[in-house]
Design a protein around this ligand. Structure first.
Ligand code: NAD
Ligand code: DAU
Length: 350
């Protein structure tokens, strides 16, 4: 039985990954450690909380003592580090928080893993540390071209700079100690359990509450969208088959402008829920400072080496996602401290 240490498993992608893995494999054990910041929510894991192969520990990845204890008490085979401060706008306001969680947290985890996995001649076999990074470390693209694994790092926000710093530390552990690692760099995820500070759940939430829809700048910035389950599948493949020391970009050529995303959500809600929701709700607001113009992943390496391709098109994924939020008003209501109340009441108390 293999033991996975998943960090940040109460957040958006981590909670999807834990559910994906427990559904797919019978013979694994998962330990989820999460500090439970504003973004961590144990409700995301309700469906598996009593699974005997799953264990939750509330801990900060920066807490050396707590992390070492977990490594001493458990024979960890894989670390998959999702834990991070993840929202660009927050990083512009509070950069230190990001450096602490994303950089110091990563080095604390790496050290604990190195100390328990090292042998006289190197490292125990079949152990690996996987760093979940982001395409934002590459900076911003012009109208053409894509990020490959060899694109130079050129992060712009405090968030992406902290993630790039963490990537370099992980690389240093491979270069210096030959520690078994992989780094994955994924494009924008969307799907169930995403905190409604991020574009897609925020716009869905605001539409349902008939509130203004804030679009930064001209709305023509481009992101490369990936349905979260496709990301989980890719990470699983990297854990199982990724070549030691390698970086894998994850994305599937689903580039869309922000304004297209917002209009797609309005169109669905107008047609299916409430026809008072129109484009009039769109409000172009002040642009994000240092706003990256375009992200676009070249996924050739992961496709060629690991046979991964995304299964969900943006058109399918966005409908699945909107439906999930419509069906989970209670979840949205809880994470927004009642902000979702109006829609929730309309839907369930009629
Ligand atoms: P999220 O903000 O939803 O979740 C982060 C989780 O980490 C939360 O549960 C939080 O409580 C936990 N956490 C934060 N600081 C911690 C600490 N010091 N110790 C322990 N736990 C801590 O983020 P997400 O969107 O699920 O992103 C997960 C990872 O994937 C991040 O590393 C992010 O950089 C990366 N990523 C995200 C995306 C995306 O589109 N969301 C895309 C590419 C990469
Ligand atoms: O590319 C991967 C990254 O994607 C991850 O590493 C980050 O953790 C994740 O948060 C995400 O970063 P973005 O900044 O791209 O995501 P966000 O949802 O914050 O914004 C998406 C785009 O929408 C971006 O161009 C800014 C814009 N936006 C965002 C918000 C919240 C708006 O126009 N209005 C908004 O209210």
């Amino acid at each position: 039985m293999e033991t996975y240490l998943i960090t940040g498993g109460a957040g958006f992608i981590g909670s999807n990954f834990i559910q994906y893995m427990l559904k797919k494999y019978q013979n694994i054990k998962i330990i989820n450690i999460d500090k439970l910041t504003y973004a961590g929510n144990l409700e995301n894991l309700k469906s598996i909380e009593n699974n005997e192969k799953y264990n939750f520990i509330q801990a900060d990845i920066c807490d050396k003592t707590a992390i070492s204890k977990i490594f001493i008490e458990n024979d960890i085979d894989y670390v998959v580090n999702f834990a991070a401060e993840s929202h660009v706008d927050r990083s512009i306001k509070e950069p230190e928080v990001f450096v602490k969680a994303n950089v110091l947290g990563t080095v604390t985890l790496l050290n604990a893993a190195k100390d328990t996995w090292k042998t006289e001649n190197g490292f125990k076999e079949y152990k690996k540390y996987i760093q979940i990074s982001t395409d934002e470390v590459y900076g911003s693209l012009g109208e053409t071209g894509y990020f490959t694994e060899t694109t130079p790092l050129d992060p712009h926000s405090p968030y992406s700079s902290s993630k790039a710093s963490a990537d370099l530390i992980v690389k240093a552990y491979y270069d210096t100690y030959k520690m078994p690692i992989n780094i994955t760099r994924c494009s924008n995820n969307y799907g169930p359990y995403q905190f409604p500070e991020k574009l897609i759940p925020l716009i869905i939430n605001n539409c349902l509450n008939n509130k203004e829809l804030p679009v930064y700048g001209d709305g023509l910035n481009i992101r490369d969208w990936l349905y979260v389950e496709d990301h989980c599948e890719a990470i699983d493949l990297v854990v199982q088959k990724g070549r030691i020391g390698e970086v894998y970009n994850i994305g599937g050529h689903n580039e869309r402008t922000n304004i297209h995303i917002v209009k797609t959500i309005i169109d669905y809600i107008k047609e299916n829920i409430d026809d008072i929701i129109t484009y009039d709700l769109i409000k172009h607001v002040e642009d994000r400072k240092g706003h990256d113009r375009r992200y676009g992943i070249d996924p050739t390496k992961i496709k060629k080496e690991l046979g991964w391709e995304p299964k969900t098109t943006f058109e399918e994924g966005i409908i699945k996602t909107i439906k999930w939020y419509l069906e989970n008003g209670k979840w949205m209501n809880n994470v927004t401290n009642g902000e979702y109340q109006e829609y929730y009441k309309k839907m369930y108390n009629k």
